[in-house]
Design a protein around this ligand. Sequence first.
Ligand code: KG4
Ligand code: ZN
Length: 336
Amino acid sequence: MKILGIETSCDETAVAVVEDGTSILSNVIASQVEIHSRYGGIVPEIASRQHLLASIPILEKALQDANIQLEDIDAIAVTNGPGLAGSLVVGVNLAKSLALASDLPLISVNHLEGHIYANWLDERNTPEFPLLCLIVSGGHTDLVLMTDHGKYEQLGRTRDDAAGEAFDKVARLLGLGYPGGPVIEKATIGIENPRRLPRAWLKGTDDFSFSGLKTATLHMARDLEIIADEPSPAIHKIAAEVAAGFQESVVDVLVTKTCEAAQKCNVRQILLAGGVAANTQLRETMTKRTPVPISIPSPILCTDNAAMIASCGYFRFVAGETSRWDLDVNANLQLV
Ligand code: KG4
Ligand code: ZN
C-alpha cells in the first residue's frame, strides 16, 4: 500500500511516498534554512509563502522519484499540527485538494507521532512494544511510553525550553549562527576542553528543564567576554568550548533520564526521535549507555520530513482511520 505524505509544519516543505509504512520510495525535502538564517530564526509569514511556492514542484518531484502517478497512491497523509498555523494550512489544503480531486482517503497525522514513526523506516529493525520514546525537537522534549501503535502515555516533558530551542538560543548568544543544533555540532568538533556547565536533574520526575542551563551559558559567555557579532578566531574557540559544555550537559541529562525511565518502565526498546536526535554526541552517548536495544533514525529522518508522516499515516489507515473532510490545522496539537 502506497501512502503519499505531506509535511509543512515548520520551515521544510516535504513530500514522500512510502510503501507499507516501512519502505521509502521517495523522500523530497525543500529546506528554507538559508532564507531564515538571515533573520536568525524562522519568520512565520515567510515560511508559509515559501511553502506555497515549493509545494507543487516538491509534490511532482516526489511522484517522479517514486516513479508513480497520483493514481497509484492508496491514501494521503498530512501533518495537521503542532506547528506554525500558516505553514500547516498550506500542507493541509494541498492534501485535502489532492484527496478530494483523486477520490483518495485523507489521514491526518500529529507531527510528533510522525517523528516517532521515522523509526519504522529502517527495514532492518522493527520496533518492539512496550517502548520508550524520547522526542527531542525544536518545540518539544517529551518522554513517552508507547505500548502499541497509537497508544501513548506521557511520562515527562520539558517545563520550559525544548532541547532544540535551547540549542538554537545558545548558538545565537555565542555568535555561532543558525540553525543552532547543526552549527553547535560543527563548532564543537575537536574541542577537547568543554567548559563545565550545570545540569538540571529534576530528580523524582521524568521532566526536563533547559532554561537554567541557557541562563548559565549566557552568564559564562558574558564573563568570558564572548561577543556574538563577528568574534575573533580566539573568541570563536572559547565560544566553541562553551558550546561543547552546553552540548555535554544537554546530552548527559537526556541520556541519563531516558535510561532511568527505560529501566523503571521495563521497556523492550528505546526510540529517539526529532531533530536533536540527529546530534552525533547524543546518538553515541545514548548507544553506549542504553540498558535496552535502541533505535535512532538516520539523521535525515530525524529532522522534519514527509516519509515519517507517510509511515505514521499508513499505520493509522490500516488501524481503520477514515477521512475527516472537516480536517483543520491545530497549531497546539498534543500527542497525549
Ligand atoms: O524536528 P525538527 O526538525 O523540527 C521540529 O519539529 O521542531 O527539529 C528542529 C530542531 C532545531 O532546534 C535544531 O537546532 C535541532 O532540531 N537540531 C539539532 C541538530 N539538527 C537539528 N540539534 C542538535 N544537533 C543536531 N545535529
Ligand atoms: Zn519536527
